[in-house]
Design a protein around this ligand. Structure first.
Ligand SMILES: [Zn+2]
Length: 255
């Protein structure tokens, strides 16, 4: 991200950007703030919850409609977050006590595509004050990258990673939520099933094999005996020499 971002904006956009920065108590553009000022510690993040995100996304600048938010999991912004395209989130505190959180958002799994750099300004209690992104729609605060960043912050709060009492590893979650780099492989080298699944499949095959094994001579005899003991023996028994006598008529010959 260019530190010259603000300087390269046209006059109108530059003025609006300056107003935005003043609103959140920043003297300079977040893209100019030195790297060592930014902190990686979700436990210090504002308590932004879903209503805060929802309110921002549908009210101002109305990135999404209320109808679209009813199915928010299908939104591009949520997909970016859920797919792990929002990288580690860093934050800093402004002079007015607000929080600015930033992250790199990859547009897809293709490493060569240009990433975007959204930032959001939040009150400590959670509401969103302002947001920005270096993509085309980001100037108007209306892009999926901003939405994706907000969804990640909301998830951290909801999962307890933003709590000061969190005993888990919030920094690890913040960083490791990023999907691992996917390396291409030959189909023959791809493992489609987990080892546990393959073992379970082998066991079930063994069970099936056992069921289809032919009956032993003893089992066959027991079965034939049970048929022969019926009041009306099964006609199939007549095919067995031992039981054929059951089917010989001892009455008078038919006329
Ligand atoms: Zn954007």
């Amino acid at each position: 991200m260019s530190v010259q971002y603000q300087d390269n904006l046209d006059l109108d956009a530059k003025q609006r950007y300056s107003v935005k920065l003043k609103l959140i108590g920043l003297d300079s553009c977040p893209y100019k703030v030195p790297a060592d000022t930014w902190i990686n510690d979700p436990k210090q993040w504002p308590a932004s919850e879903y209503p805060d995100v929802y309110h921002y996304l549908i009210k101002h600048p109305r990135i999404y409609s209320a109808e679209a938010m009813e199915n928010y999991r299908s939104l591009e912004a949520h997909r970016f977050f859920w797919s792990g395209w929002v990288q580690t989130v860093f934050h800093m505190k402004t002079n007015s006590g607000h929080y600015v959180l930033k992250a790199i958002v990859k547009p897809s799994w293709i490493d060569t595509e240009k990433p975007h750099h959204p930032w959001v300004a939040l009150k400590k209690s959670g509401p969103v004050i302002a947001a920005h992104c270096d993509c085309m729609a980001g100037l108007e605060e209306a892009c999926s990258h901003i939405g994706a960043l907000l969804f990640k912050i909301e998830a951290a709060v909801r999962l307890g990673y933003a709590s000061s009492t969190c005993t888990d590893r919030p920094c690890e979650w913040n960083a490791c939520f990023v999907k691992k780099k996917i390396e291409p492989k030959k189909i023959s080298e791809i493992k489609f099933y987990k080892t546990a699944t393959k073992e379970a499949l082998k066991k079930s095959k063994k069970k099936m094999k056992k069921i289809t094994e032919p009956a032993t001579a003893e089992e066959q005899n027991r079965f034939l005996e049970s048929l022969a003991s019926l009041d009306k023996p099964c006609v199939g028994l007549s095919a067995f020499a031992k039981y054929s006598g059951l089917f010989v008529s001892h009455g008078s010959e038919p006329t």
